[in-house]
Design a protein around this ligand. Structure first.
Ligand code: AMP
Length: 401
């Protein structure tokens, strides 16, 4: 067993995802996921290397700590991981508010600040803190690092992050745009620069992270300068089940005209909108693509809106770049795998000089990415870069230990 093993933990409200890395190796040694934590239906699975997916025995009604314990026991029962020693733990935390602009080593103050951000991240802050506290108990004396989804965007300036609402709401409640998916945007932007021979500290990039959640970010000279998500991950692009931007008066309209409560409107915009709401079919782009290709008009409308709105956001992000992007990066489940979406988005951006190469677009995917624009084109490059947020967290963790 190698000397340095970094455990990456991603604690959701009722799930835990784990990945175990050797230092500097982007392929995890083992991964695990446990769902429905706290219920009698708790279930999990794990995988060692490229081996088969195996069932994870979890105690019914177990909490986050019990789930972590069960996964680690399963790892340790594997011959390849018998002498497993975790030398550092990296935690994914969704919201760092205005406190954190980089990964930090955990102490009591860090945990207290994460908990204090619960009003800004109601679903995630407390489970994130619970995950850290559980890991401290399970790995006494082992350094723990937190990597925040918001941190990369802390370089954004007030003219970009402030909403035009009364100042006391910002001063009293920290209401501003924060941005999310920062770990992914930073990772793919740096990888794209390396792959294209650009100097990361001196180039203009736009990255589009397109999964179930979607956001796009302008990266100027290695720093985030604008991003599509805001106070919460609902703002910006059309997503799987999230609406993205709507008229702010929609709440008022839905309350008065459709008789919906605040909770119902929040649920509608977060869980019943986006691709799922527009199509009435599914939030899964694979399902919608099949229907689209078979001529289904509802699936076509959903994908067309998704792509148009993304193209419009990309165009808007160039303002913060102060010039044309040198490269546009596609990542996430949709960005890496959907040549249909990439082609439609670039078809809206021909004024920017993007020249799609259909064969390269077909060939690019989540295995190894690839450029999708014409070789030697005078326009900007569009490139697929597979994201690897867990490895980015492991690398940041190693960097602080
Ligand atoms: P993520 O949240 O990054 O796992 O991405 C989930 C989204 O990626 C879902 O909408 C999936 O339908 C989409 N996706 C995954 N694989 C493919 C594929 N081969 N083609 C099109 N969409 C895909």
């Amino acid at each position: 067993m190698p000397a340095v093993l970094i455990l990456v933990i991603n604690c959701g409200s009722s799930s835990v995802k784990l990945a175990l890395f050797q230092q500097n190796d982007p392929t995890p040694v083992a991964t695990g996921v446990i769902d429905r934590i706290g219920s009698e239906f708790i279930e999990g699975c794990y995988r060692v290397g490229e081996g088969p997916r195996q069932k994870l025995e979890c105690p019914p009604n177990g909490d986050h700590a019990a789930a972590l314990d069960a996964a680690l026991n399963a790892f340790r029962a594997e011959p390849a991981l018998k002498d497993l020693t975790v030398t550092a733990v990296g935690h994914r935390v969704v919201h760092g508010g205005q406190y954190f602009s980089a990964p930090v080593l955990v102490d009591d103050d860090v945990i207290a600040k994460i908990r204090s951000l619960a009003p800004l991240a109601p679903v995630h802050a407390i489970p994130n803190a619970l995950g850290i506290e559980s890991a401290i108990r399970l790995f006494p004396g082992v350094p723990q690092v937190v990597v925040f989804d918001t941190a990369f965007h802390q370089s954004i300036t007030p003219e970009v992050y402030r909403y035009a609402i009364p100042d006391d709401l910002y001063q009293g409640h920290q209401i501003r745009r924060y941005g999310f998916h920062g770990t992914s945007h930073a990772y793919v932007a740096e990888e794209a620069a390396r792959s294209l021979g650009l100097d990361f500290e001196n180039c203009r990039l736009i990255s589009a992270h397109l999964g179930n959640g979607c956001s796009a970010t302008a990266v100027l000279n290695g720093k985030s300068v604008d991003t599509s998500m805001g106070l919460t991950p609902l703002e910006g692009l059309v997503m799987g089940t999230r609406s993205g931007n709507v008229d702010p008066n929609l709440h008022n309209f839905l309350a008065k005209e459709a008789g919906l409560s605040l909770e119902e409107i929040t649920d509608l915009l977060n869980r019943k909108s986006g691709l799922a709401g527009l199509s009435g079919i599914s939030n899964d782009l694979r399902v919608l693509t099949e229907k689209y290709l078979a001529g289904n008009q509802a699936a076509k409308l959903a994908i067309d809106v998704f792509c148009f709105r993304l193209a419009r956001e990309i165009a808007a992000l160039t303002i913060a770049l102060k010039g044309m992007p040198e490269a546009l990066i596609f990542t996430g489940g949709i960005g890496e795998n959907s040549c249909l979406v990439r082609g439609l988005v670039l078809s809206h951006l021909t004024a920017f000089g993007f020249e799609l190469d259909p064969a390269r677009n077909e060939a690019a995917g989540s295995e190894s990415g690839g450029v999708v624009t014409v070789q030697d084109s005078n326009g900007p490059t569009a490139i697929v870069i597979p994201t690897n947020e867990e490895f980015a967290i492991a690398r940041a963790t190693a960097g602080l230990c």
